[in-house]
Design a protein around this ligand. Structure first.
Ligand code: ASP
Length: 334
């Protein structure tokens, strides 16, 4: 009888162990030409501290048994509120000297998703994307309509100039000077440092209930015009989460991430080709995107908590924290 009860107890423990997922979170603050020589020790330390703060805030939600969606949202809020990153405060300027913000979020448990594009007066666009997911009958809202929905839901509005920063303004002026000087706009944009073009923030997480979530928020591309929308608010391109495979947030040249459906492709390779997350993500970033001319990177967490963060640029601001470990914060390849 005793033997039976011992075996029974062990079996029960095994069952509860398998239902208890290993929590984990990864965040990014954008990929690009991040030159070591251009960042002072003090600047590096400040970036690292902000990345650590964001990943730790998200991890605390997970460690307390909270939802991956909440961990992703709160981590992104920290990065949106920092002037260091191209999202919220610190967003790049459009050609016309404004800020147009894009964001999206996805719930891996339900494949529910919400996104906003081209919003100008919402302090934390990821919160509005979440509201679209939770409280609207749609997935993606844009521009004036998205702000009308925000007003209806009681969101606070801020002035577009509250996202201003002198360094982004300087980048706009340099970009416009190059673009205005030549006929071939694409060539002018290609010649700009990648750091002028990109930057985005994002987070992916796995909670103790086994649910994955991903979110991304951005100011887009410096000197973008004509209402340009990048990959960040496009579900499947810049953001994807599916409990069966993985959760992804991307950063990079959005036009390519849209055309190659980067986020969803990584998870599809896991799901249908049984590839480990590291291989699936590396293939898309290095073997598919790069030969096509697409630069950038992704953060990915799989349904077992494995994290990988490949990029094909010189750097990507990023941090991760797995269960029982301290935050791992990085900028360059190593
Ligand atoms: N992917 C963003 C966009 O194209 C920018 C970035 O991630 O750096 O809008």
């Amino acid at each position: 009888m005793r033997l039976f009860s011992t075996v029974f107890t062990i079996a029960l423990a095994a069952i509860s162990f398998t239902t208890q997922a290993k929590v984990g979170i990864a965040i990014h603050g954008g990929a690009g030409t991040i030159n070591k020589a251009n960042l002072t020790e003090a600047q590096q330390a400040a970036y690292r501290a902000k990345l650590k703060q964001a990943v730790d805030v998200g991890y605390a939600v997970l460690a307390n048994g909270g939802k991956s969606l909440d961990a992703v949202t709160i981590a992104i809020n920290v990065l949106e509120d920092s002037p260091f990153f191209n999202a919220g405060k610190g967003a790049v300027y459009t050609f016309d000297g404004e800020h147009e913000l894009d964001a999206s979020i996805m719930d891996g448990a339900t494949r529910n998703a919400g996104a906003v594009a081209g919003v100008k007066r919402i302090k934390n666009p990821i919160d509005l994307a979440r509201e679209v997911m939770d409280e609207s009958v749609h997935v993606m809202l844009s521009g004036a309509g998205a702000e009308q929905f925000a007003a209806r839901q009681g969101f606070e509005f801020v002035d577009n100039s509250s996202f201003d920063t002198p360094s982004r303004f300087k980048a706009l002026e340099r970009a416009k000077a190059k673009i205005n000087a030549v006929e071939d706009e694409q060539a002018a944009r290609d010649a700009l440092p990648k750091s002028y073009l990109y930057g985005t923030v994002g987070a992916v997480a796995l909670d103790a209930h086994g649910n994955l979530a991903a979110g991304t928020s951005t100011g887009g591309m410096t000197a973008k015009r004509y209402g340009r929308i990048g990959d960040s608010p496009v579900i499947g391109a810049g953001t994807w989460a599916d409990n069966d495979s993985c959760a992804v947030s991307a950063t990079g040249h959005g036009e390519y991430f849209i055309r190659y459906q980067v986020a969803a492709d990584i998870c599809a390779r896991m799901k249908y080709q049984n590839k480990p997350v590291e291989k699936a993500a590396a293939e898309v970033i290095h073997d598919v995107l790069l030969p096509a001319g697409g630069t950038g990177g992704v953060i990915v967490i799989d349904h077992q908590g494995a994290i990988t963060m490949p990029f094909n640029t010189s750097g990507m601001y990023r941090a991760s924290r797995s269960e029982g470990e301290q935050a791992d914060v990085r900028i360059w390849q190593h």
